[in-house]
Design a protein around this ligand. Structure first.
Ligand SMILES: Nc1ncnc2c1ncn2[C@@H]1O[C@H](COP(=O)(O)OS(=O)(=O)O)[C@@H](OP(=O)(O)O)[C@H]1O
Length: 379
């Protein structure tokens, strides 16, 4: 019936009809071909090229094995030279698929899928050897991979570590964990994979970092940023927080807030850091308050980053009495640290303060000697 109707069409209409049928057929053929190809690519990708996640989880399996050995050899606040650190280094490299050879590392990370969707950040491209397609803090599809921190902010309690981290986060090449994971002091037994999972995803060229209290064995590649502070001010800050009464009378040097100034900041902390001094440096908590841009400039140099955070990022908030950010990370609003940072210190009897100064002086001297820096805490 349909055919007879077609046969009755005049010659030009028949031509058009044939063309339409041919076009329809080729369209159908293309769709089928495309469908087959898509299926094939998907199965090829899943079967031949391991996804970063999968490979890293198997790698982290190896890492956990190595780390298991480390666990039994753990020494808090002591850096163990030699095999332990090498093992940890190997574990870290395995878990983040980082090869010893920098070139190979780059090649490997360039394999990340979806790289063409990365957001470009022009200032970054100019700043470092970051390929344009990898530049930018976040990609629209959330690409990147979780890595163990390449840099750690360590430092004494009340040293100013939170301020440093908050300021550094403004840098587009830095991605940091917000809340402290307390991996080294509380959650060490959870293992490396647990620790790595807490990290934000980073793109090629970005640095993963966190702030932590204690450190034990850590990769030799990890850069350590040690924030130190006048032990007397630090102790008073700690006192303010704990609302202890023990500073008002005789100095009890066994009180942990006093001990922290000696053990963690002075020889203890440094004993942990010195073997790795080339990759660690100490920053003054005082200068972080008086000259945040200057101190941040030095930290960026140390991390091998372009000095993007400058004095134009800060303003002095009169009410708070501390420097604040003109714009916090990912926001256009000014940002000061919370109420628990920058508390008003109570007036401490000058005699007590003097006793504390005397008490800390020899430790400070030792500290200056070890670091080769004079922090001027004894005036
Ligand atoms: N910009 C800015 N704003 C607010 N506070 C600042 C800032 N820079 C450094 N500080 C000093 O940081 C001190 C707190 O140090 P931490 O962050 O290391 O404390 S904590 O150990 O994590 O609790 C905190 O100690 P307190 O003044 O005793 O509260 C501050 O003196």
């Amino acid at each position: 019936m349909a055919f007879s109707r077609i046969s009755r069409l005049d010659p030009p209409s028949r031509g058009i009809f044939r063309k339409a049928v041919v076009m329809l057929c080729s369209l159908l053929a293309s769709i089928i071909l495309l469908h087959l190809l898509t299926e094939r690519c998907a199965s090829a990708v899943s079967s031949t090229s391991p996804s970063p996640d999968r490979s890293s989880s198997s790698a982290s399996g190896r890492a956990s094995g190595l780390f298991g050995d480390l666990r039994s050899k753990r020494l808090v606040y002591e850096w163990t030279a030699g095999s332990d650190l090498e093992s940890y280094g190997a574990a870290r490299r395995a878990s983040s698929r980082v090869l010893a050879d920098e070139r190979a590392r780059q090649d490997l990370e360039l394999e990340l899928p979806g790289e063409s969707f990365m957001l470009p950040a022009p200032d970054l491209v100019a700043s470092r050897r970051v390929p344009a397609r990898f530049a930018g803090k976040l990609s629209p599809l959330g690409e990147g991979s979780k890595k163990l921190p390449q840099a750690l902010i360590i430092g004494v309690k009340k040293g100013g570590t939170r301020a440093l981290l908050e300021f550094l986060r403004v840098h587009p090449d830095i991605r940091a964990v917000g809340a402290e994971p307390h991996f080294f002091d509380r959650n060490y037994d959870n293992g490396l994979e647990w620790y790595r999972e807490l990290m934000p995803k980073t793109l090629e060229g970005q640095i993963t970092m966190e702030k932590t209290r204690g450190i034990s064995a850590m990769s030799r590649d990890t850069k350590l940023i040690v924030v130190v502070r006048d032990p007397v001010t630090r102790a008073i800050s700690d006192y303010t927080q704990t609302l202890s009464k023990r500073l008002t009378g005789l100095i009890d040097t066994s009180w942990s807030a006093i001990q922290i100034g000696i053990l963690r900041q002075a020889p203890g902390q440094l004993a942990a850091v010195l073997p790795h001094w080339t990759r660690s440096c100490s920053w003054s908590g005082e200068r972080l308050i008086s000259d945040p841009a200057g101190e941040l400039g030095r930290v960026q140099d140390f991390l091998g980053l372009k000095r993007i955070i400058t004095d134009k990022h800060f303003y002095f908030n009169q009410t708070k009495g501390f420097p604040c950010l003109k714009k916090a990370e990912g926001s256009s609003k000014p940002h000061c640290l919370g109420k628990t940072k920058g508390r008003t210190h109570p007036n401490i009897d000058p005699e007590v303060v003097q006793r504390l100064r005397d008490f800390y002086r020899p430790f400070n001297m030792k500290f200056y000697q070890m670091t080769g820096r004079f922090f001027g805490w004894d005036d």
